[in-house]
Design a protein. Structure first.
Length: 267
């Protein structure tokens, strides 16, 4: 498996510094948070995109994915704005040479689960054709209204297109009451990559160093290894939302060592 980290853990850091952290600590890729606070987002032009792609190429680090904030299950009378958001993310990913775009469900409480599934599937079905033309796969993250593997896979199954899949966030499936084996069983036909992290508990999701909290990281890696899955593990350290979180830069080395050890033990 290949290892990456998300720039959510180092918000606003210039790309050269992000790449220095990746190469120093042995990460194969970086997931880019696609937000105007960051150096890379859908609002930048062709020159900036080409420059970013060149910097990653020169460093030998892959752009694993573009983590966007489109909410594909959000209730609205008009699908157009959401589909446009996803297309913008797909264009950015393609320009950067990335294979994946992350979107959220965002179904909310205003509609039933069936209605939210249908809304998300309809929008993703339209976006899938555009993504296919650009060589990008759109991944619905296990999050908010669809936090379990069972819920996210319902949507992917309704879409039924190879350019739509699921991003497994191990925190959300755990908070949703799923065991890693059940999450993988639901997600395996659609799995793009896996976000790992650690927290103190269900009532305190402040990010911790990998292995310092309660999330079943060893079990997740063991399930993936046992099933022969050979994709990406991406450490999403949500420092942007927690002022008390320790700086990710000081944790990356130990995190890389822990993931390497878990992979070796599961081999």
């Amino acid at each position: 498996m290949k290892l990456a980290f998300s720039t959510l853990g180092v918000p606003g850091l210039p790309l050269d510094d992000v790449l220095r952290l990746a190469t120093t600590h042995g990460y194969h890729g970086v997931e880019l948070r696609a937000h105007p606070e960051e150096p890379v987002h859908p609002g930048i032009g062709p020159k900036e995109r080409a420059d970013a792609a060149a910097r990653f190429g020169a460093a030998g680090v892959e752009v694993l994915g573009v983590a966007g904030y489109a909410r594909v299950a959000a209730p609205a009378d008009d699908d157009g704005p959401v589909i446009d958001q996803v297309r913008e993310l797909v264009d950015l990913a393609a320009d950067l040479g990335s294979s994946y775009v992350r979107v959220f469900p965002g179904g909310g409480d205003e509609q039933s689960a069936e209605e939210a599934d249908a809304t998300a599937a309809r929008r993703l079905g339209v976006a899938a054709e555009y993504a296919a033309d650009r060589g990008v796969r759109v991944l619905l993250e296990t999050h908010d209204s669809h936090r379990t593997g069972a819920a996210a896979s319902r949507v992917a199954g309704l879409v039924g297109h190879r350019n739509v899949g699921v991003l497994w966030d191990v925190m959300h499936t755990w908070l949703g009451g799923e065991q890693p084996s059940a999450s993988y069983a639901a997600l395996s036909p659609y799995l793009g990559y896996v976000q790992v992290k650690d927290i103190a508990g269900p009532d305190d999701t402040t990010p911790l160093a990998l292995g310092a909290g309660v999330l079943p990281l060893a079990e997740c890696v063991e399930v993936l290894s046992r099933e022969g899955w050979d994709g990406w593990l991406c450490w999403e350290y949500e420092a942007r939302w927690y002022e008390s979180a320790a700086p990710l830069s000081g944790l990356l080395g130990a995190g890389r060592e822990l993931l390497g050890r878990l992979l070796n033990e599961s081999a």
